[in-house]
Design a protein around this ligand. Structure first.
Ligand code: S3P
Length: 216
C-alpha cells in the first residue's frame, strides 16, 4: 500500500511548478549535473529524487544504470566478476551519464574514490557530499542486506573503516551537507540554499515570505 501512495505523491510533486528562485538555480547550473556523493545509507537516492523534483530536473541513480547496463544486480556483478570489474564499469557508466546534461545524479558510495570519476565530476558537475555519522548510517543500512561490501562478520567495523578511508576524499566535494535524521525535505532545502549561495542566486520576493510590516 505504501509504494503506490508514495508514487502518487511524487507525481503530484513532479507536476508542481518549479519556484522562480529554483528556476534561476537551474539556469545557473547550465549543462552541469548535481552529483550526490557519500557513504551507503547517506540518503543520496531519496534526497536526490526529491531534489530533482524540486528543480524540475531528471533524477538518475548510477547504481540502477550500472545494473541495467550489466543486465544483472550489483551483488551478482560483485560475485560473478569481482569488485575491480564493477568499479571500472561504474566509472564508465558515470562518465557517460555526466555527458547527458543537467540532472541530479546519485552515485554509489565508492564511485567518487576513483580519480578519473572525480575529474569527470569536476568538469561536468557540481558535487554535493551527504555526510552522515556512523550511527545514522548503521541504523539505515540495517534496513537493506544487498550491499556486497557489508557482507562481513562485523558490518559496523567495516563501515567505520570505509568512513575513515573515504571521508578525506569525499571532503573534496564542492558542497557538504550533514545528512541526519530529519525529513528529506529539510536536507533538500539545505542543498538548495547552499547552491544559491554558491551561484549567488538570490531568493526572489515571490519565494520568500512577505516581510513583516511595522507601523510607527
Ligand atoms: C558501494 C555502494 C553501493 C553500490 C555498491 C558499492 C560502495 O551504492 O554502488 O554496493 O562501495 O560504497 P550505495 O552507496 O547507493 O548504497
Amino acid at each position: 500500500m505504501r509504494a503506490p501512495l508514495k508514487d502518487l505523491m511524487e507525481d503530484v510533486l513532479r507536476s508542481a511548478p518549479v519556484a522562480p528562485a529554483d528556476r534561476d538555480l537551474v539556469a545557473a547550473l547550465g549543462s552541469r549535473c548535481i552529483v550526490l556523493i557519500g557513504m551507503m545509507g547517506a540518503g543520496k537516492s531519496s534526497v536526490g529524487r526529491r531534489l530533482a523534483t524540486r528543480l524540475g530536473l531528471p533524477f538518475v541513480d548510477a547504481d540502477t544504470e550500472i545494473e541495467a547496463a550489466a543486465g544483472m544486480s550489483i551483488p551478482d556483478i560483485f560475485e560473478t566478476h569481482g569488485e575491480p570489474a564493477f568499479r571500472s564499469g561504474e566509472a564508465r557508466v558515470i562518465g557517460r551519464l555526466l555527458q547527458i546534461g543537467p540532472q541530479v545524479l546519485a552515485t554509489g558510495g565508492g564511485a567518487y574514490m576513483r580519480e578519473e570519476t572525480r575529474a569527470a565530476v569536476r568538469e561536468r558537475g557540481l558535487s554535493v557530499w551527504l555526510k552522515a555519522d556512523l550511527d545514522v548510517l548503521m541504523r539505515r543500512i540495517r534496513r537493506r542486506s544487498d550491499r556486497p561490501l557489508l557482507q562481513t562478520d562485523d558490518p559496523g567495523a567495516t563501515l567505520r573503516r570505509l568512513i575513515d578511508e573515504r571521508d578525506p576524499v569525499y571532503r573534496q566535494a564542492d558542497l557538504t551537507i550533514e545528512s541526519r535524521e530529519v525529513p528529506h525535505g529539510t536536507i533538500v532545502d539545505e542543498i538548495l540554499a547552499a547552491l544559491r549561495t554558491r551561484f549567488a542566486v538570490p531568493l526572489r520576493s515571490r519565494d520568500a515570505p512577505p516581510p513583516m510590516e511595522f507601523r510607527s
